[in-house]
Every structure is written in C-alpha cells, then in structure tokens.
Design a protein around this ligand. Structure first.
Ligand code: RP5
Length: 305
C-alpha cells in the first residue's frame, strides 16, 4: 500500500500535513470492485452486462465484451454539475486530477477508462463527470464508556444502506469545506435556531481541527461505470466527550435517517454491505488511525469486501 498526500483539485496543495493512506482500492482483493458491477442501485437494474471476476482487468483480452451503454436522463440533459455528452470534445480531460490514474487512460473513443477495470456498463450512469467524480467523507466518531466507538451515519435513500455522511466536492470547493458542508446538510438539518447555533459552534471546534486524513482514492461505488467512477478523501474526527452531548442530529433531504451507529464487533466483523460502497473499509482505517489500541475490533484487513 502506497502512501500519499491527498491533493485538492483546486489548489493543487495538500490540505493537511499528515500523510494519508492512498487507495489500494479493490486491487489485490479476491473479487475486484464487486459493487461497481452490481445493480444494487435501483437505477442500474438491467443496465449491467455480467463481468466475471477474472475478466475485470483491462489487461485481460475480452473481444466479446458487450457492456450496456447507460447514462441516466438526469445526467444526459447536462445540468451544471455534468459534463458534455461527448467526452472527446472536453479539453484537458486526460489531465483531470485523479488519486488513481494520472494522466487518465483514454479509450479510442476519448472516454476515460475506469482504473479498476470493467463494470459491465459504459457511459456515466448517474455520475456527472467523465472519469473521476470527487467526494469527501467525514467520519465523526465518539467513544462510549465501554470502549466501543460510535459514528454519525446517515441512511441513504438510493440503496437504503447506512453510510458516512459524505458528498460531492462542488466546483472550486476545497475538501475541508465539503466535509463540513456535507455533514451539516445530511446530518445537521436542524429547524430550531438555538439548536442550529449549538451545532454550528460544536462543528467549529470539530472541523476546525482538520481531523485525520485517512484515505484518498477510488470508491467501489455501485454507480461506477467503465468511464466514470467515484474517488474520495476520507477524514476522521474524534469528538471529545463534552462535545458529543452538544451535537444534535437531524437528517437532511438527501438522507432518510441519521444516527450514532455503534461500531461494534457485529458491524465490524460482519458483512461489508452493512455500510454503503467501501465505507466499512474506510471506517476500519479511521478506527485504526484515531482509535489505536483502544478499539476492540478485528483488523481492517479482516473486513470482507
Ligand atoms: C460515495 O458516494 C462517497 O464515498 C460519498 O460518501 C458519496 C458521495 O455521493 P452522494 O452522497 O453525493 O451521492 O462514493
């Protein structure tokens, strides 16, 4: 596993002084990017050709490969957050920032190729950008008196899974701003102005610390395609005990629910699909970094993918 600094898209500088784990993504795992080949996201039903594990890598010749072309209508109508339909007309596409593949590898039709291999779908699916689509994921943790950590988790509307309350990095936005904005939008949508003010000052302290940068790289996200994929920067924040009582939670419009999710042995040792995409793996990395020896859990490597 290589080490790197997470580089922000807009400044080209490292947002934090600490080195973070750079993606090993799904490379080397027994079944490479399984969620990127799944139809767990309802919009992808019947939109993927089956890709056996051994045929995922582009290096494996597969002349009969017949992926299904799919770009969701919400993307095809080209809202402000989406690229033009024709990738070959985008200037500088090859040099877009990626934590995984720099420069991007382009297919003869000018579309970027997923650095983790085939997904059974071409086009962009639900993703706006050709190539990497950048997100930021804040893992907010608190320790219970019995030593078990809890994390602020939201229930996603698309797959119904619990997830880190992360989201897309807006154009021109730095990761540190996205982390706080997404957390507030998804988990801190409070109506009461007094509660809102209390949350805001707690978040000043929490996010003001910068947290620990634990990962940057590919996400095995069920929206990925052969030509568009998710990458993220994951930061962990450990709440001091006095602050955790002052953190009221309320899910925003993007989330069906929000809660303090116990990171107990049942969750950490169980099925990785208990959390969205690669989020269980990111949580394991965060616990190892933030919790150290105090964490009672199997090691990150034991997480099933
Ligand atoms: C995942 O999708 C990232 O890890 C992040 O949590 C999320 C961002 O997408 P939206 O929540 O904005 O849909 O790949």
């Amino acid at each position: 596993m290589r080490l790197c600094m997470c580089i922000t898209r807009d400044t080209g500088t490292a947002p934090h002084a600490q080195p973070s784990v750079r993606s090993s993504g799904s490379r080397g795992a027994k079944a490479p990017h399984v969620r990127s080949r799944s139809e767990i996201n309802g919009a992808y039903q019947k939109q993927r050709a089956p890709v056996p594990d051994e045929r995922v890598p582009w290096s494996v010749a597969w002349p009969a490969y017949a992926p299904i072309e799919f770009t969701h209508e919400s993307v095809a109508k080209q809202p402000v957050w989406a690229d033009p339909v024709d990738a070959s007309r985008i200037a500088g596409l090859r040099d877009r920032l990626s934590y995984e593949s720099s420069p991007l590898t382009l297919a003869p039709n000018g579309r970027p190729l997923n650095p983790f291999g085939r997904t059974g779908t071409t086009g962009r699916g639900l993703l706006g950008k050709w190539g990497p689509n950048h997100a930021a994921d804040p893992i907010v943790l608190r320790a219970r008196p019995d030593g078990v950590f809890e994390m602020v988790a939201i229930k996603r509307r698309d797959t119904g899974q619990w997830a880190i309350p992360g989201g897309m990095v807006d154009a021109g936005e730095v990761v540190s701003v996205t982390l706080r904005r997404e957390f507030t939008e998804e988990a801190g949508a409070l109506d009461d102005p007094r509660e809102q003010a209390a949350l805001s000052s707690a978040l000043d302290v929490l996010f003001g610390s910068g947290g620990s940068s634990v990962y940057c790289g590919y996400v095995d996200d069920p929206r990925n395609t052969d030509n568009a994929w998710m990458e993220t920067a994951v930061h962990a924040f450990l709440l001091p005990a006095d602050l955790s009582a002052k953190l009221p939670l309320q899910s925003g419009s993007d989330a069906a629910d929000v809660r303090w999710l116990p990171l107990d042995e049942q969750l950490l040792g169980g099925d990785a699909s208990a959390l969205y995409a690669d989020h269980l793996r990111f949580v394991m990395l965060a616990l190892r970094q933030v919790g150290g020896e105090r964490v009672r859990s199997p090691s990150a490597e034991n997480a099933r993918t």
